[in-house]
Design a protein around this ligand. Structure first.
Ligand SMILES: NC(=O)c1ccc[n+]([C@@H]2O[C@H](COP(=O)([O-])OP(=O)(O)OC[C@H]3O[C@@H](n4cnc5c(N)ncnc54)[C@H](OP(=O)(O)O)[C@@H]3O)[C@@H](O)[C@H]2O)c1
Length: 306
């Protein structure tokens, strides 16, 4: 038997249970991965509450989790290039990553670079592909000054570093607790709060060229007020602002490929991107993991160990 996180109805964190389930089998073209680490994401919490029912309805019992890393334990017919024992990272589109075992099409895993840590590997897909899409959306490069809200969160922390890698100057909006870390990756930190607009003007006296919003609230309004061109504003969460202003809303779905994941894994393994691991919880403590995530002050990623 395997163990998997499940919930039987929309609701709070208390709905999450870890249950014994049949170990999945590898059908044609599939592999079964024994999961070593699996990241958790705010979107999963929103799905669980029912807040995304119109957009992404679920059926019950529902599993949970997209990101994972682990070892292949079964290979289906017709799969080439992968073997039992291979260390991989990948993603599932079936809300099934928070489990001891997950079955996925073989083209949804990629070899884990030997020096890529398990926790980062297991948490990379959603945030990495989202950051990749957001940075591409605003077409930032050398000579640009770009502000990022939620700059030390799962998506924000990678976004900041991808922008730096492209040569952009980065202003990272975050609480004081994250300022030293932001400086360590080459960003200029500023605190959010009442004086944010003045602080952004002071930090970018020649103006902001682009803005990536990974938090929501009024950050897109602020970017527009500061004169950032709408085609160089991307929000991954405020879709009302996408409608209102015509800013971009590119995220995970725009870069959710195994090739992007493999590229990011190589960049992390090479030391070009740091993904802070804020906390690790055993699978049985999945409720505690989401309680911490829902505080919305995670630096980097929270990871489950099945
Ligand atoms: N569209 C997509 O494809 C997509 C994909 C992934 C995620 N998302 C969404 O994007 C959001 C971020 O996801 P995530 O995984 O990066 O979340 P996360 O890891 O939980 O990050 C939350 C971050 O928000 C920061 N924060 C808290 N209050 C803030 C404020 N008032 N102003 C600015 N920053 C603040 C926190 O930093 P401090 O501790 O410094 O306050 C923390 O680092 C979520 O709403 C998620 O649902 C969308």
């Amino acid at each position: 038997m395997a163990r998997a996180v499940q919930f039987d109805r929309y609701g709070g964190i208390d709905e999450l249970k870890v249950l014994e389930v049949p170990t999945p089998k590898a059908g044609p073209g599939q592999v079964v991965v024994e999961v070593v680490a699996a990241g958790i994401n705010p979107g999963e919490a929103m799905i669980r509450t029912g807040a995304l029912h119109e957009r992404w309805p679920t059926t019950f019992p529902s599993g949970q989790g997209t990101d994972f890393a682990g070892r292949i334990v079964a290979v289906g017919d017709g799969v080439g290039g992968l073997q039992v024992g291979d260390e991989v990272l990948g993603f599932t589109e079936n809300r099934a990553g928070h489990a001891t075992h997950v079955v996925v099409p073989a083209d949804q895993v990629t070899p884990k670079p030997a020096n890529l840590g398990w926790d980062v590997a297991g948490a990379l897909f959603v945030v990495g592909t989202t950051a990749f899409a957001a940075v591409r959306a605003v077409a930032a490069g050398a000579g640009d000054t770009v502000a990022v809200s939620g700059a030390a969160g799962g998506v924000g922390s990678i976004t900041v570093q991808l922008l730096r890698a492209r040569g952009a100057e980065v202003i990272g909006i975050a609480s004081e607790a994250n300022h030293e870390w932001l400086r360590s990756v080459g960003a200029t930190p500023i605190a959010y709060g009442d004086n944010l607009i003045d602080a952004l003007r002071a930090a970018a006296p020649d103006g902001l060229d682009a803005f990536i919003d990974t938090y929501g609230a009024d950050y897109v309004d602020i970017a527009v007020e500061l004169g950032v061109p709408v085609e160089r504003i991307d929000t991954i969460i405020n879709f009302a602002a996408v409608e209102k202003y015509g800013v971009k809303g590119e995220g995970n779905a725009d870069a959710a490929t195994i090739d992007v994941l493999a590229e990011l894994a190589d960049q992390v393994a090479a030391g070009d991107i740091e993904v802070p691991i804020a906390a690790v919880y055993p699978l049985e403590k999945v409720q505690d993991a989401y309680r911490e995530l829902e505080q919305r002050h995670t630096r980097g990623k929270i990871v489950l160990h099945p």
